[in-house]
Design a protein around this ligand. Structure first.
Ligand code: ADE
Length: 321
């Protein structure tokens, strides 16, 4: 029996060194950054105890009418974040207020990413995008640079850098046996310096065994889901690889909608099973598209690893510098 042994969030110890006294957190109730799985995400500031420094944070809150499912999901995300440690390509935990939970005041504070999510960022920069592909070859005259401002043009090299950074974040999560479960450009955030960070661990699970089977049915990111997840609700690092392939497709189309016009149906799963896949993105090389196709292999054990994907983009970047 290969079914799950989910690390239950109740069994996991939440590292209380992350616990923040409520008075160290200032929340700007008017600055809504987004709507999470369980409630709104607000902007806030955490005061450092020693240095008096103020750190910008995104504060995840619960809906006013707290339901047990949302509380569980938020605490599960908190416990995963607290236990895996930090990485530069994930949206790291800064602290949390979990005490005095009676009034439903649970706050999870994560690093603030000033440039918002990658999906919006790509869409906002479509008009001025500089395509650096010529006849399927990458022609890079400007080496990898820091985008100086959000109004600066983005180029193919930036898409490659974000793919590489996302792969690094995912490789780290995989090494900690965390499956993300909802990898997509909407869940990748950009810092003020335009570094990509994997975010939103609301659907993530820490694996003890090989894969887990989702039990509750809620809204599902079906266009990003692997064939075996759609058929049998099986999730694994390899199903995250499939989602990574769809995320790459989004990157190199500047966040077009995958399977545009398609509705959720049993036929959708059928066409995937028959081998139908997303087409080649306009701004990807054939090699990159081949990599996406590898991520979408029906046989999940044949998909590449995050290590191999990271190396694929690292090789391109080192050739460009
Ligand atoms: N929206 C959701 N999470 C965010 C974060 N960490 N930074 C900025 N905007 C966000």
């Amino acid at each position: 029996n290969k079914s799950i042994k989910l690390q239950n969030y109740n069994d996991m110890v939440y590292d209380t060194t992350y616990e923040l006294k409520r008075d160290r957190l200032l929340i700007d109730e008017t600055a809504i950054l987004g709507h999470g799985h369980f409630g709104v995400v607000l902007k806030g500031v955490v005061k450092d105890l020693r240095s008096e420094a103020r750190i910008n944070v995104a504060v995840k809150t619960l809906k006013t009418k707290v339901d047990v499912g949302s509380l569980k999901a938020l605490l599960s995300e908190l416990k995963i974040l607290a236990s895996i440690g930090k990485h530069s390509n994930i949206v790291n935990l800064v602290g949390a207020c979990t005490k005095k939970m009676g009034k439903g005041e649970v706050y999870v504070c994560v690093e603030y990413c000033a440039n918002g999510n990658l999906q919006n960022f790509l869409r906002q920069h479509r008009q001025t995008f500089r395509n650096q592909l010529e006849n399927d070859v990458l022609v890079i005259e400007t080496p990898i640079r820091k985008l100086s401002s959000s109004s600066e043009n983005i180029m193919t090299i930036d898409l490659i850098k974000w793919a590489w950074e996302t792969a690094k974040g995912m490789e780290f999560l995989g090494s900690k046996k965390v499956i993300h479960g909802d990898l997509a450009t909407r869940n990748i955030l950009l810092t003020a310096d335009h570094v990509a960070k994997v975010s939103d661990f609301g659907l993530s699970r820490q694996l003890v065994d090989y894969y887990y089977v989702q039990k509750e049915t809620g809204p599902m990111p079906w266009k990003w889901m692997a064939l075996e997840s759609l058929r049998d609700m099986k999730f694994s690092v390899q199903s995250d690889i499939w989602s990574f392939g769809v995320t790459l497709w989004e990157l190199f189309t500047l966040a077009e909608i995958p399977y545009s016009g398609c509705c959720w149906s049993a036929e959708f799963v059928e066409t995937l099973a028959e081998g139908h896949r997303l087409g080649k993105p306009k701004f990807a090389t054939s090699e990159m598209y081949d990599l996406m196709r590898e991520c979408w292999k029906g046989d999940f054990s044949s998909r590449p690893s995050f290590f191999a994907i990271r190396m694929f983009f690292e090789d391109i970047l080192t050739q460009c510098t």
